[in-house]
Write a protein that binds this ligand. Structure first.
Ligand code: ADP
Length: 385
């Protein structure tokens, strides 16, 4: 008997500002063989001094796993910002790395970490294609009316002030799975995607093409998130600067790290928020308000995107909160029966995995689709093998 060849694998790397996630994926079977996370990269007192050390740790975990690393046929890199330059999965060359590095101005926390991850991994796996998959890519198709901020054109053009959108890999992936679940072609479907994780974003997708999304120049705009405010009147910043004396870095920190659910009730983890609500008392009151603000913001975006799309065939909930918090799905779509949207309370609270949770007669299907950005990146990288 001949030994069967080991499956071909793709290593997916998500090298973030202070953590590196990895996953070894069989792109053909669509399964993950191994995944892990190295945290506190480059933080004071951390044993992981920098990204190079983090990637060495990952390499030794891979080697210890017993999986034959010769089976790794490609490496897929999640890159946050492709600017206007990159939107398709892109084979990485020295020139591509230099351009991703130059885009750091638009994503100062993320692109530099992505670049280091790419450089170290190219040395570790020198003989296979490395492919960059951009978080902004799927939103390249947004029309100018959706990407343009109504500010001075010359200034905006000079500094690349433009709505790019993020989480694109997830939005695109769940649209594909939703079409499969509905037995339809994505090209026939108008979909609203609600990606509700630590970061959160909404999108409107017409026939598989994104036409609107809630994140903008940076991942700060739009929905209420774990620690990010989402939409605020920019006048709040001028006011806080003038009255509270907060400088630009303090305001950045306020809106990105001390706002959202955390700012409203002290916790950014949605499970803790739900526990705090259940426990009641003053902390429970704060958690109730945080929950209401969170859900209200989602409703506003659903309403806006209904108008953008005109006809909506499906609303898809995904990511940590979207997949696991039935009350958020129910409350954010409550009372929309007249618009053809009805969540079925029983279906919504039961089941696992990709599924339909709308009522039988609901004109718009409501779905829960677990996202899998790693698989999407692995498949994109696999095209280059
Ligand atoms: P990230 O953006 O870091 O990938 P995730 O998609 O994993 O985040 O989402 C993390 C969020 O999902 C956290 O706020 C977490 O509390 C929430 N979450 C995870 N499981 C549940 C659950 N069972 N119920 C409610 N929220 C959940």
């Amino acid at each position: 008997m001949t030994a069967t060849a080991p499956p071909s694998l793709v290593l997916v790397l998500n090298s973030g500002s202070s953590s590196i996630k990895f996953q070894l994926v069989d792109p053909v079977a669509g399964t993950a063989l191994l995944s892990g996370l190295v945290e506190h990269v480059g933080e004071p007192d951390s044993p992981v001094a920098d990204h190079a050390a983090g990637l060495r740790l990952i390499h030794s975990r891979l080697a210890d796993s017993g999986i034959d690393l010769a089976a790794v046929r490609a490496v897929g890199h999640r890159v946050v910002h492709g600017g206007k330059l990159f939107y398709r999965p892109t084979l990485i060359t020295d020139e591509v790395v230099a351009k991703i590095d130059r885009l750091s101005e638009l994503a100062p926390l993320h692109n530099p970490a992505n670049v280091i991850g790419i450089e170290v991994a190219r040395k570790d796996f020198p003989d296979v294609p490395h492919v960059a998959v951009f978080d902004t890519g799927f939103f390249h198709s947004l029309p100018a009316a959706a990407t343009t901020y109504a500010i001075d054109r010359d200034l905006a053009n000079r500094y690349g002030i433009h709505r790019y959108g993020f989480h694109g890999t997830s939005h695109e992936y769940v649209c594909g799975v939703a079409a499969t679940v509905l037995g339809r072609d994505t090209r026939e479907l108008n979909i609203i995607v609600l990606h509700l994780g630590n970061g959160a974003s909404a999108s409107a997708v017409r026939g598989g093409v994104a036409v609107e999304t809630s994140m903008g120049l940076t991942p700060l705009e739009g929905l209420v998130m774990g620690t990010r405010s989402g939409d605020v009147d920019p006048g709040v910043l001028f006011h806080l600067n003038r009255t509270a004396g907060l400088d630009i870095d303090e305001l950045d920190e306020l809106l990105n790290r001390r706002s959202g659910l955390k700012g409203l009730c002290g916790v950014n983890d949605f499970r803790e928020l739900l526990e705090q609500r259940a426990a009641g008392g003053p902390a429970g009151e704060a958690a109730n308000l945080a929950y209401d603000v969170y859900v209200h913001r989602i409703r506003k975006y659903v309403g806006a995107y209904l108008a953008v799309l005109g006809r909506v065939d499906a609303i898809v909930f995904t990511a940590g909160v979207g997949e696991n918090a039935p009350s958020v799905r129910e409350d954010s779509l409550e009372g929309l029966d007249a618009l053809g949207i009805s969540v079925d309370p029983e279906r919504n609270r039961a089941g696992r995995g990709a599924r339909i949770v709308s009522a039988k007669g609901s004109r718009t299907s409501v779905l829960v689709i677990p996202t899998d950005e790693e698989l999407a990146i692995a498949r994109a990288a696999w095209q280059f093998v």
